[in-house]
Write a protein that binds this ligand. Structure first.
Ligand code: AMP
Length: 402
């Protein structure tokens, strides 16, 4: 069964065609710089070299046309007819309180995605555009929307409400929503399976550490807390986002730097995090290399990230009332063995004992990196959001036991 996964952003459209039964990526690609000059499509067929074409994409519709053309092209393609695709799964960032589960795309579902523009102004319009274009160009193929926020809808009010006037929640939906839900769900399910634990009776912390980072506390298969908030700006410091800060700071900066709200928003989203701290890069590989050359502020940025991560693990172990499994995923979590060691080495009091023989040099591979006697299993699990979206799509449409 072939399932197409679409992640439509404001100026890019990523796609992946999966042979779901074999769990194999048949082809994947990205249309970049939509509506900007020098737009291009990059495409890779299973086991083959990446190919790159410069194309003019004025609109998302042009991009989807280019994707269809290349997927069905006799020279590069992997299918001969679009009818071979049985379902399309779309990543949608914000489902607000309307979606605790994925949803088959209908007019009503599209209206709810539109209503959530308020909370996801950067992503939801582009996500909806991707859905609408696919409806037009690939008529008749069922489409499913899978929401980044949905997994966290199980959080209790004490975890999702802010101590602000309650009317702001009632009237404007000001609350914690959380993101990376597809990844947290996928990784926590894999974690329970790897440990042969009953997912319904298991306390897990997932650390999704990439350009954007968030933690999730998963109790008995359900998210009970997560570090991102109303927006993805909250929680850990990230590549360019500040994470948790004193909420009075934006007002203070406005006074001393004479910046507008929009400029401060830009500063906190684009110029902060480990980029702002180090002054050199948002990319952890650059920071690790600079630290190893003796760059003091690169070291400081990594130390602050590590410290905040440890604090969150402690807080979530308390929220969960104990801990069975700690997971690392995404670019930094899957690859940075030193960071994993630094985070875990002082957490023996929580029952976390990392085995450096297993941890050292481990990259992008599922593995258990705790000692045999460690009370908490520490795992590295490469995230696979596309597979998770495909699984949820297939399951919802009743196409197979997924
Ligand atoms: P993601 O957003 O999941 O793609 O993760 C991107 C982040 O992972 C970037 O900051 C990369 O520098 C980081 N990353 C990838 N490989 C490594 C590595 N070997 N060591 C440290 N960080 C890495």
């Amino acid at each position: 069964m072939k399932v197409l996964i679409i992640n439509s952003g404001s100026s890019s459209l990523k796609f992946q065609l999966l042979d779901f039964d074999k769990r194999v990526v048949m082809a994947q690609g990205i249309c970049e710089r939509i509506g900007i000059d020098n737009s291009r499509i990059q495409f890779r067929r299973y086991d083959e070299e990446k190919i790159k074409h410069n194309r003019d994409f004025e609109t998302h519709e042009d991009a989807v046309r280019a994707m269809v053309e290349i997927l069905t092209s006799p020279q590069y393609g992997v299918i001969s007819d679009l009818a071979e695709i049985e379902a399309i799964g779309h990543r949608v960032v914000h489902g607000a309180e309307s979606f605790a589960e994925p949803a088959v795309v209908t007019e009503e579902v599209k209206d709810c995605i539109r209503e959530a523009f308020l909370w996801g102004p950067l992503h939801n319009p582009a996500n909806l555009l991707g859905i609408e274009v696919c409806e037009r160009l690939m008529e008749g193929i069922p489409q499913v929307a899978v929401f980044d926020t949905a997994f966290h809808q199980t959080m209790p009010p004490e975890a999702y409400l802010y101590a602000l006037p309650y009317e702001l929640y009632e009237e404007h939906g000001v609350r914690r929503y959380g993101f990376h839900g597809t990844s947290h769900q996928y990784v926590s399910e894999r974690a329970a399976a790897m440990c042969e634990s009953d997912p319904e009776n298991c306390k897990i912390i997932v650390c999704h550490l990439g350009n954007g980072s968030s933690l999730c506390a998963v109790k008995n298969g359900k998210s009970i807390d997560t570090s991102m908030g109303l927006t993805p700006l909250a929680g850990l410091p990230m590549g360019t986002r500040c994470g948790d800060i004193d909420p009075a700071i934006p007002g203070f900066i406005a006074d001393v730097e004479h910046l507008t709200l929009q400029e401060i928003d830009n500063l906190m989203n684009k110029r902060s995090g480990v980029l702002g701290l180090s002054g050199i890069s948002s990319d952890f590989r650059d920071l690790v290399a600079a630290r190893d050359r003796g760059h003091a502020r690169a070291k400081l940025a990594i130390d602050i990230f590590t410290y905040q991560l440890k604090k969150y693990i402690g807080a979530y172990a308390a929220a969960l009332g104990g801990l069975d499994i700690l997971c690392f995923t995404a670019g930094v979590g899957e690859n940075d063995d030193e960071l994993r060691y630094e985070v875990c080495k002082d957490l023996g009091f929580l029952g976390i004992e990392i085995d450096q023989e297993k941890n050292r040099g481990l990259r992008s591979k599922e593995a258990r990196i705790s000692t045999k006697d460690s009370k908490v299993a520490v795992l590295v699990i490469p995230t696979n959001e596309e597979l998770s979206i495909a699984r949820q799509t297939v399951r919802l449409l009743g196409l197979a036991d997924a």
